[in-house]
Write a protein of this length. Sequence first.
Length: 195
Amino acid sequence: MNALDDVINSLSRLPGVGKKSAARIAHHLLKSDQSVCERLAHDITVLHERIRPCRICGSYTEEELCPVCQNPGRDRTLLCVVEQPQDVQTIEAVHEYAGLFHVLGGVIAPLDGIGPDQLRLSELIARIQEGEIKEVILATNPTVEGDTTALYVQRILRNLNVTVTRLASGLPVGGDLEYADRLTLARSFRGRSSF
Ligand SMILES: [Zn+2]
């Protein structure tokens, strides 16, 4: 084992990076100027220090509140519920949705030992009880766990004075929001339906 192997091994543990890609990146870094490596190492090192969850929605931010929660131009009657912070980025990139977000922080997955208690559901209910939100759009992934979670959330919101909708089908079944193309995602927002 040498330093090059160490980098290849570390990179190949990342999602979507196979052994070949890891080797290509590592060799590229070695050929690059040392400042490129230092910059990359620095950017990764400060990630945990700088990024934290938004106090309101749970999305990633460097401040107390994320840019969406801070933006007075957002429609505060619409709340889109997603699994992970990266889903917020995916939906924001489509420029179709102008409301607010709520990140659950996962999905109900009994086989992985993840129950409703581990999701940000009490925070969700508290936000709805403030009274400004009129519609909750469930945008969990179209997977078994995502659908189960959407049904569960719909049930716990039933007695609150809010309309609950689900993104229209057309998203790849079993896939993740991040793999949906922009047009499909935009369409599924426009064609969302009530439970
Ligand atoms: Zn936020």
